[in-house]
Design a protein around this ligand. Structure first.
Ligand SMILES: [Zn+2]
Length: 308
């Protein structure tokens, strides 16, 4: 493979608990696309939000991935060990005048407009200068008042977002001194040479922010593919927050086949008692990202299997 045609993908779980079915779908989808393209598949622990992380969850996730036959390339990266890289990127944004200090508390911002992700839309009150007598709590990225960020997602199609209207100036350095997820992801993907970001569509709203940050930092853009998220008939997401149960590493095949079906991949009967390695070989050879549905409802019986 030539340098120009390198494919490098990744799976980036947060070590906040064991791997559940929703994360397995993201792991399988990103793995399949990388392997089917002859690419590498890297692993990154997204533990930048330290207060949310659970001790030992990273090892548990790695063991589960191994039990599912998901073999990654290279060393596992940990965001918690990469603060200096985030600091360097952050400093360059300050130097370019893209970042400003903000003294607003959550309480002060309450009651304003809602951002696309359900959070508070920042009203820009510290944009010009800090309110006299206050000091910086967090640092925000200044987004353009007008203008659309658009990209073509391999699964979701054309996605457009107006940062000023839908998101507002967003936090890069938090009041607790930690760098924000949005900055960490962009810096990591660049530093790790990621060419293809294949992940759950629950992150779709974040992608325009990351594309904008990526361009400000002068990084080359990645290709995006957002996989359908496992929801029930009511649209409730299977997640750690909704008490999704961990997938069983001692009995990986049933959950793996369910994940492949969820991703719109054919699962012939012969696979139901196959060896995990053979399942991957066969599925990699059949994988077509265009077969992945944009949205999918998990059958009620499966949703209840994977939640409690
Ligand atoms: Zn402010």
């Amino acid at each position: 493979m030539t340098a120009a045609s390198v494919y490098r993908g990744r799976f980036a779980p947060s070590p906040t608990g064991p791997l559940h079915f929703g994360s397995l779908i993201a792991a399988a989808g990103s793995f399949l696309d990388a392997r089917a393209c002859g690419g590498e598949w890297l692993l990154r622990m997204e533990d930048v939000d330290l207060p949310r992380c659970v001790a030992g969850a990273d090892t548990q996730i790695l063991n589960t991935l191994e039990a599912f036959g998901l073999e990654w390339n290279g060393e596992v990266a940990y965001q918690s060990q990469r603060t200096e890289k985030y600091r360097t990127a952050f400093d360059s944004l300050i130097k370019a005048g893209q970042v400003f200090p903000c003294s607003c508390t959550r309480k002060q911002l309450a009651g304003g407009a809602t951002a696309i992700d359900g959070g508070q839309l920042y009203d820009g009150r510290c944009r010009g200068a800090l309110v006299p007598g206050t000091s910086a709590r967090a640092w925000r990225l200044r987004v353009p008042d007008e203008g659309v960020i658009a990209f073509d997602d391999l699964i979701q199609g054309r996605v457009e977002q107006e940062l000023g209207r839908d998101v507002g100036d967003f936090v890069l350095l938090r009041a607790d001194g930690l760098f924000a997820y949005q900055l960490a992801v962009v810096v990591d993907d660049h530093e790790q040479g990621i060419t293809h970001v294949v992940r759950g569509a629950d992150l779709l709203d974040s992608t325009p922010r990351q594309i904008y940050l990526n361009s400000l930092l002068g990084y080359s853009p990645a290709v995006y593919a957002h996989l359908p998220v496992a929801v029930d008939a009511n649209g409730d997401k299977l997640s750690k927050q909704t008490l999704a149960t961990p997938v069983d590493p001692t009995r990986p095949l049933p959950s793996l086949l369910a994940a492949l079906r969820f991703l719109g991949q054919p699962v012939p009967d012969e696979l139901t008692d196959a060896d995990i390695g053979d399942v991957w070989l066969w599925t990699v050879s059949q994988w077509r990202i265009t077969d992945v549905p944009r949205r999918r409802t998990l059958p009620a019986s499966e949703f209840s299997t994977y939640s409690r």
